[in-house]
Write a protein that binds this ligand. Structure first.
Ligand code: ZN
Length: 244
């Protein structure tokens, strides 16, 4: 994936009601992600104007081939910043503004997604761990949504400390996932930059721009993880402080 987006529906809910501290945590997280994703979008559109000799799709094909990967397909998907690697289908999915476009931004994104394909090929341990966590994360997310809906309906459910501890446990699973995502994303960008450097595709000035675009993409994951940890700590404090 190239950028993390916040799911505020769930993230914005506080079991047992809002407190000033929780609103500060939430506001700071929201503000940081807005600023970072705004920065990423600005950099991305700026570096989309800097032409390269090859399109994102060609960058991806070349990077995969030169790393001896022949069973991964490069395909085009609709939308913006929808780029991702699918380990099940074995496809590098590039958004239209990346697939068809020959720019520094497109090359950076395409190489980053191929970085995930390389991780998969080499059984990179953090990617394996992240994939193994997916079913548990999906279940936890779903349960958090159910609890949130029941809580919002005003049922006194969240007054029980058992429920609060269940909430903390489920939230911990999604927080752990956002932390495990960090080495996976940083490593994919590192692999992308190593290849872009060795391919000679991008001159040094363009290389530093690709690096900058990848940096801001990684920061969206950092903001999401930090926000998630802060909320988890808050919920944990709440659960520990509850006496009943
Ligand atoms: Zn990624």
């Amino acid at each position: 994936m190239f950028a993390q987006t916040l799911h505020l529906a769930q993230v914005g809910y506080a079991p047992g009601g809002f407190s000033p501290l929780y609103l500060v945590i939430l506001g700071a997280t929201f503000l940081a992600s807005m600023l970072i994703s705004g920065m990423l979008k600005r950099r991305f559109s700026e570096y989309s104007q800097i032409p390269l000799s090859v399109t994102g799709a060609q960058v991806a094909e070349a990077m995969l081939r030169q790393n001896g990967i022949t069973d991964v397909k490069v395909i085009s998907v609709p939308g913006q910043l929808t780029d991702h690697y699918d380990p099940v289908q074995k496809t590098v999915n590039l958004s239209e503004p990346v697939y068809h476009v020959n720019s520094v931004a497109a090359a950076a994104v395409a190489a980053h997604e191929c970085g995930h394909a390389l991780q998969h090929q080499q059984a990179y341990v953090w990617l394996g761990l992240r994939s193994k966590m997916v079913p548990a994360v999906q279940l936890s997310s779903k349960l958090l949504n159910y609890i949130m809906i029941v809580g919002l309906l005003g049922v006194g459910l969240m007054q029980s400390s058992t429920m609060l501890w269940i909430w903390v446990a489920l939230f911990a699973v999604t927080t752990l996932f956002s932390i495990v995502t960090l080495p996976v994303e940083f490593d994919a960008s590192r692999r992308a930059l190593v290849w872009l450097e060795s391919s000679g595709l991008a001159a040094s000035m363009e290389h530093s721009k690709a690096e900058n675009a990848l940096f801001w993409a990684a920061m969206t994951y950092v903001a999401a993880a930090v926000g998630s940890v802060a909320q988890l700590l808050y919920f944990l404090m709440m659960a520990l402080g509850r006496r009943d």
